[in-house]
Ligand binder design. Structure first.
Ligand code: HAM
Length: 425
């Protein structure tokens, strides 16, 4: 027996009717985001490794442990994109952005992280995300969160919890880092090995630790919001005030720092009760990214990404299902060699005229063809034999009602449409 070729762990094939659920997510994104001035951008699935390392941050889990990095035949280090923001920034930097110019893009597609597969945690997963760059304004952050809330509501999962926080400006970093170090250093022995290392390298990352034994220590850590300078506090207060004005429900979570290093000011995450441990359905924030080749100029923007698998899980937990893709309507059955030769051309004309049609391609018996029509889910079988060809007619058999009638070829489409109504053709 040959071995079954299953997809790799943490990846999967997506078949109908599940594909229809994906199409629903994608079309909702394409409906909502342009209402806010966003246009779709498609970036390559792999990029130079540098594009990700420099923007995501060398101390992050994504860069340290999770990237699929390989050398191509020319010895260049390439990486399968672990997220969308870095590639979008590379694309925008490449095009150039004039002073004061704003650019708004959305994207969707597969991302890759070598994480331990679990429910809601995959190695190839999909994100739908947005980035708005070129302007540093609290109103823009609030608008971005409002758009996410609008999108989630449209998907039926607007009941998720929106958590917001701020990481302040670059000037705030050393002050917060110092306070965190002061708090965590006496607790070093109780921290997990990763956190012990981060204590020296990037103490902010400690707050993002997911290890169970570290959680009680995190709970007592200083609140970032209490340590920030006046500018950062004012910026965050304006984000919250604008969210209030826009009627977006949220909760301030003073220890939310997010797992990527490019964030400044606003960070946010949406969790949903319908999921297990991996309950973040979307996350984002304001960032400043400096790219290789663009060294002295950071690109500032705000955006988010939602995990598409997790959005679907959240919808499923609420019993929400988009309509499945429309199935086959007609199956052309040919009896005898003349009719069999005419079956495919008839099917082709019917398809051109809007009917979802299959025809036998294997010169099979009538019984086998009728069985195939049934298996394909066709509503009507169109039966062609020598008699029908001579009379220029087709026998239309209703597989649901088990009735049949002989229809003239002229006007056949109108008759089929009438029988199929109210089904859409
Ligand atoms: P992130 O928090 O790394 O942010 O990922 C965003 C979302 O992608 C998560 O909330 C989750 O729903 C989904 N996700 C992440 N990893 C996995 C996985 N292994 N399996 C399934 N779903 C996953 C970013 O990626 C940022 N680029 C978001 C952003 C855009 N910030 C600013 N602009």
């Amino acid at each position: 027996m040959s071995e079954k070729l299953e997809p790799l762990p943490g990846t999967s094939d997506i078949w109908e009717p599940e594909t229809s659920q994906w199409v629903f997510l994608e079309s909702t994104a394409r409906d909502i985001f342009p209402r806010y001035g966003y246009g779709e951008l498609r970036t390559p699935i792999f990029e130079r490794t540098d594009v990700f390392v420099r923007s995501i941050g060398t101390e992050t889990d994504v860069v340290q442990k999770e990237m699929y990095t390989f050398a191509d035949r020319g010895g260049r280090s390439l990486t399968l994109r672990p997220e969308g923001t870095a590639g979008v920034m590379r694309a925008i930097a490449n095009q150039g952005l004039a002073e004061g110019e704003e650019r708004r893009v959305f994207y969707m597609g597969p991302m890759f992280r070598g994480e331990r597969p679990a429910a809601g945690r995959r190695r190839q997963f999909h994100q739908v995300g947005v980035e708005a760059v070129g302007r540093a304004s609290a109103a823009m952050d609030a608008e971005c969160i409002a758009m996410l809330h609008h999108f989630l509501t449209e998907l039926g999962v607007g009941d998720g919890t929106i958590l917001v926080n701020t990481r302040g400006t670059a000037a705030d970093r050393p002050v917060v880092a110092e306070a965190l170090k002061t708090y965590f250093t006496p607790l070093k022995d109780q921290l997990c090995p990763d956190c012990q290392r981060r204590l020296g390298a990037n103490v902010w990352r400690l707050l993002d630790c997911k290890i169970e034994s570290c959680q009680p220590l995190m709970a007592g850590a200083p609140r970032i919001t209490d340590l920030l300078g006046e500018e950062s506090k004012a910026f965050f207060a304006q984000v919250c005030a604008t969210l209030d004005t826009l009627g977006v429900p949220y909760r301030v979570e003073p220890r939310l720092v997010r797992g990527l290093d490019y964030y400044i000011h606003t960070v946010f995450e949406v969790t949903h009760g319908g999921l297990g441990a991996q309950n973040a359905i979307a996350a984002g924030g304001r960032y400043a990214i400096t790219l290789p080749g663009n060294a002295d100029k950071a690109i500032e923007g705000v955006g988010f990404a939602a995990g598409m698998e997790r959005l679907l899980m959240a919808r499923e937990s609420l019993g929400l299902k988009a309509a499945a893709a429309a199935g086959v309507q007609l199956y052309v059955v040919g009896l005898g060699s003349r009719a069999q030769a005419a079956a495919l051309p008839l099917a082709q004309i019917l398809r051109t005229n809007g009917f979802r049609t299959l025809a036998d391609t294997g010169a099979r018996s009538m019984k086998a063809q009728m069985r195939a029509a049934d298996r394909a889910g066709a509503r009507l079988a169109l039966i062609l034999g020598d008699n029908e060809l001579d009379r220029n007619t087709v026998v239309v058999k209703d597989l649901k009602a088990s009735t049949q009638e002989e229809c003239p070829r002229a006007g056949l489409e109108a008759r089929l449409a009438a029988i199929l109504a109210p089904e859409a053709c």
